[in-house]
Design a protein around this ligand. Sequence first.
Ligand code: FEO
Length: 392
Amino acid sequence: MNRREIKPGIEWVGALDWHRQLFDELIPLPQGTSYNAYLVNGSEQTALLDTVDPAFRAVLLQRLEGVARLDYIVAHHAEQDHAGTIPDVLARFPQAQVLATPKGVQFLQELLAVPADRLQAVQDGETLALGGRTLRFLHLPWVHWPETMVSFLEEDRILFPCDLFGAHLATSDLWARDEAVVLAAARSYYAQILMPFATLIRKHMDKLAPLNPALIAPSHGPVYDRPALILDAYRRWSGGLVTNKVVLPQVSMHGSTALLVQRLIESLIARGVAVQPFDLAHLRLDQLSTALVDAATIVLAAPAVLGGMHPLAASVGALVDALKPPVKFAGYLGSYGWSRGQIGKTAELLPHLKVEVLEPVLCAGRPRAADLEAVDRLAAQIADKHAAAGLC
Ligand code: FEO
């Protein structure tokens, strides 16, 4: 197995997972993913930055063949896709020590049974001299777990940010060459993994700014030799700026809620508001979450079922609430039969979003003219609020 050179003495030793379809049994991986690990050789010592998913332990160990001595494994993050092969590498290199944040040390013992005598905690700002090369460790908690940190290789000005700036993208390109494809994958990654921590991400970006890295080598996806590409994108995505757009997750059982949805779409378009509907029965979480990165409004459309909200709507509500997109307004459309039940209770569905809740449009059975006029009023209200926020 080849190692791929980033710079002389610095090599990619990761794994490409071309065909994985889901992460966490939740996040779609339409383009697979990669688990990046990097070998950094100093004149005196050698460090491995992260490992790979346990399914690829043989790949990593083969890439490390011929490495005579490994002194350190830097564990930026204890999640198994990066730390899961640490026990195997420790077995192969009995003198190696694992470096992590204090919380990372705790997690590696709890999750992977790494022996305490193979672990060393590093403090924020601490440096490690490898001989002609110096790694500086910076604690960046909640990217996207509480124990996370990044490394900066000072002489080469390479930032190793682990999941931050990552992209679920398996590609033979070591470098981010097809920028449109990489950015789309990175935006999807941000939306599903990091958007809930946008406020902290902005602070972390400020902390990293003085480093002015020449290269950014994340733990998923290709390496950036034009760091501004991903840094500028992250400033936009985490900045909370929204656009004149409505995201519309919808499900209908017998066509009544679908008529409300159809009317809302037409009415929004007529008022110059962009709209992206998503069919909840065939939802791609990556597509929905990516749309939510900069949508000003979400409108959920779902009927009542057995006196409650349609379970698909309740499920997507829980997901959206957890992802914490920067939406400003939230609405609801729905039809009901013999009982209105819980439908239309938007604030209860999205308790963690700081949104202005709009008056829901609910109708008994098939929508009548008055119901469709209420949908038009909702569309007009959304257009007015977007205009008042300067989004048009
Ligand atoms: Fe790529 Fe949070 O692990």
